[in-house]
Ligand binder design. Structure first.
Ligand code: GLU
Length: 446
């Protein structure tokens, strides 16, 4: 197969979806030689099949606001691939969400889930609904209307949604409540449930902890540690919170966070009360970080700016896709950053990745490192199926073991001739390998 020609056709088949096109392009390009070496992949049409989601649901979500007016949103669920296990991936509520973004996230999820070495397929969904500033009643009516349409394509062996940006404990409660009402089943069809009704400990912390466990494994192998390292983080949600908490506990100092309004530089490090304040900021329903600098003297607020100009040893973008551009990558290089770790899903733009390719620092892609959320979601499913409850210590231990294994897998597949590891290639290749082999084993239907 001529990959370049195929990728051009892909652009025509998925017009106006540059994020999705780029995601597919990056993965296929990095496994190109593997594809070329194996006639079975070509013969089984694996590439063509992987470039197309299994199915997509697009639906209308009408709901009534507090003034009694009906509002209409658009929602999606992309069931991308279930070769390794049931479809699994989050739901995102974000006003700018488009089908192209959901397809990209679903595609990434397939490979991210594959890298955990668990039995999970990949999916993603959500709506162009903005949860910020909504009352509890509005959120509940939106979630109920959303689930009314989606419930009958979900199930613990079919498709299991979880949270993502804009979908946290409160939203999952309302979504799960409606799902339970319609299906008359209280089971593991949703993850991120409350700890008293089937949820699991550490679910909120897991994505961030998982990222730091991966980084720790890498530094351990280099005879280095997080002690004394300065870290720049973006975002201030769940992922950023878990990263900051665990990195600080292991001796690092996290000096930045960011929101849609700008970024904060706190040279003393974000810890203790300051970390608790992030939760308060989120609960304030404002989606802004400015108040942090007013609350804590000695910190700086930069309106409309990103944290990448602040010198750091490790940069971890934890906010949203395309938040770190080529100019930011150059700043990180100029400031002597040693490690860039994608906490969010595809936060680095393609232009940034071009700069990063020849950068002197190590780059760890999101699909390698940010599977902690989905790992703990799987533990939640296992817990539901066994009607058991695990302790936080047990969950944390399992998460650590799985992240270490993911790290080793990426290292093994990403070995570069002459020494060193390309983690981008290692992650793509290891993840691709599992999915492709499962698809070949199962015949032509997926
Ligand atoms: N959105 C989270 C992730 O990408 C969680 C997904 C889930 O638990 O289904 O890891």
């Amino acid at each position: 197969m001529n990959l370049e020609r195929f990728l051009l056709q892909l652009e025509q088949r998925h017009p106006g979806e540059p994020e999705f096109q780029q995601s597919v392009r990056d993965l296929l390009t990095s496994v190109e030689d593997r594809i070329r070496d194996d006639f079975r992949l070509e013969h089984a049409g694996i590439i063509e099949r992987l470039a197309e989601p299994d199915r997509i649901f697009i639906f209308k979500v009408p709901w009534t606001n507090d003034q009694g007016k009906v509002i209409v949103n658009r929602a999606y669920r992309v069931q991308y691939n279930n070769a390794l296990g049931p479809y699994k991936g989050g739901l995102r509520f974000h006003p700018q969400l488009t089908l192209g973004t959901v397809k990209m996230l679903a595609f990434e999820q397939v490979f991210k889930n594959s890298l955990t070495a668990l039995s999970l397929g990949g999916a993603m969904g959500g709506a162009d609904f903005d949860p910020y500033g909504k009352s509890d009643g509005e959120l509940m009516r939106f979630c109920q209307s959303f689930m009314l349409e989606l419930w009958n394509v979900l199930g613990p062996d079919i498709d299991i949604p979880g949270g993502d940006i804009g979908v946290g404990g409160r939203e999952i409660g309302y979504l799960f409540g409606m799902l339970k009402k319609l299906s008359r089943r209280h089971n593991g069809t949703f993850t991120g449930k409350g700890p008293d009704w089937g949820g699991i400990g550490l679910r909120q912390e897991a994505p961030g902890y998982g990222i730091i466990y991966f980084v720790k494994s890498l530094l351990d192998q280099r005879g280095d540690s997080l002690k004394g390292k300065t870290i720049a983080v973006s975002g201030f949600g769940n992922v950023a919170h878990g990263v900051i908490a665990k990195a600080t506990a292991l001796g690092a100092k996290v000096v930045t966070i960011s929101g849609p309004d700008g970024c904060i530089h706190d040279p003393e490090g974000i810890a203790g009360d300051k970390l608790d304040y992030l939760v308060e900021m989120r609960a304030s329903n404002e989606d802004k970080v400015r108040s942090y600098s007013m609350e804590f003297p000695g910190t700086a607020y930069f309106e409309g700016e990103k944290p990448w100009k602040i010198p750091c040893d490790i940069a971890i973008p934890c906010a949203i896709q395309n938040e770190l551009d080529h100019g930011d990558a150059k700043l990180l290089i100029a400031n002597g950053c040693q490690l860039v770790v994608e906490g969010a899903n595809r936060p680095c733009t393609s232009a940034a990745l071009d700069v990063i390719e020849s950068a002197p620092f190590t780059f760890i892609p999101g699909k390698a490192v940010n599977g902690g959320g989905v790992v703990v979601s799987t533990l939640e499913l296992a817990q539901n199926a066994m009607k058991m409850v695990w302790t936080n210590e047990e969950v944390d231990q399992r998460l650590q073991t799985i992240m270490q294994r993911t790290y080793q897998l990426c290292g093994q597949y990403g070995k570069v001739e002459g020494g060193g590891v390309n983690y981008q290639r290692g992650a793509n290749l290891a993840a691709f390998q599992r999915v492709a082999e499962a698809m070949i084993d199962q015949g032509t239907v997926g």
